[in-house]
Design a protein around this ligand. Structure first.
Ligand SMILES: C[S@@+](CC[C@H](N)C(=O)[O-])C[C@H]1O[C@@H](n2cnc3c(N)ncnc32)[C@H](O)[C@@H]1O
Length: 261
């Protein structure tokens, strides 16, 4: 059955061509036919999400889930990341916002919240916002934790999205990112260098779906946040033999003060 569901998802990924006049229209054209099968297929494609959530929740790494805190998941789609919180951690937070531009994915997220994260009195701390990650601000005006899972590569103005995260995060607040990427030809010391094939092939492969694995995301994150934990991996892409796609997890901290120099 998974195979037929995958076929449907892949058909919609190829057929939509991710076209439209605006970024929001392109996203919804891309996702509307595959919203229902999205989670199953992406479970095998988008690796490292659970590990990132665990790292953020670990007091020794990400400082733990902040009591009464605000957590913003930018480009959170169907809200599948809500599943990575332990119930105890989720309840510690005052609010979790899943922010996305795709109406069809947010519809799945709202159903998930109603089914799994709302108590018998109709109370929940999980909310959706149909909005742009490059500009959106939580009602409270700040966030304690901001996450991007496989969304930076789909946001054309990814630098604006990171700047917005930096703007809304409290000093000392945490950012967690997991995504595809390719390395620079000459990466900074300590970072992996990918082969010419990897650096050239994957950006072209993902381009049709308006997904842009970049050599610049990681350096930008490292220059704007204090790096707490950074891991580099290669993952298998369903139905593509032999070659592997690089992805990373980054846990960073907003610096308490930003010096002018
Ligand atoms: C590959 S999906 C990942 C979804 C989810 N984070 C996950 O891990 O399953 C990328 C998501 O980013 C969203 N997105 C793209 N550009 C956006 C923007 N400018 N503002 C908010 N969401 C955006 C898409 O609609 C989509 O839900």
């Amino acid at each position: 059955m998974a195979f037929f569901s995958d076929l449907k998802t892949i058909y919609h990924m190829l057929r939509s061509g991710a076209k439209g006049k605006t970024h929001a229209e392109r996203l919804d054209n891309f996702y509307s036919g595959q919203a229902e099968g999205y989670d199953d297929f992406r479970k095998r494609l988008l690796k490292g999400r659970e590990e990132l959530w665990k790292a953020l929740a670990d007091p020794e790494v990400g400082g733990g889930v902040p009591e009464g805190g605000i957590w913003v998941d930018f480009g959170g789609g169907t809200g599948s990341n809500l599943e990575w919180f332990t119930e105890e951690d989720r309840k510690k937070l005052s609010k979790i916002y899943v922010v996305d531009l795709s109406q069809s994915l947010l519809k799945v997220c709202n159903q998930r919240i109603a089914d799994k994260f709302t108590d018998e009195n109709g109370n929940t701390n999980c909310y959706t916002a149909e909005a742009d990650a490059t500009t959106w601000t939580p009602d409270e005006g700040y966030a304690d934790v901001v996450t991007f899972s496989y969304s930076l590569t789909m946001i054309p103005d990814w630098f604006a999205a990171m700047d917005n995260a930096l703007r809304i995060l409290k000093p000392g607040g945490m950012i967690g990112v997991v995504d595809f990427y390719v390395s620079r030809k000459w990466p900074a010391e300590g970072l992996r260098r990918h082969s010419w094939f990897t650096r050239s092939y994957w950006p072209v492969h993902f381009n049709t779906d308006n997904v842009y694995p970049s050599p610049d995301h990681v350096p930008y994150l490292m220059s704007h946040f204090e790096t707490v934990d950074f891991q580099e991996y290669y993952g298998k892409i369903p139905y593509i033999p032999i070659i592997r796609m690089p992805y990373y997890t980054f846990v960073g901290k907003k610096k308490e003060t930003v010096s002018a120099s």
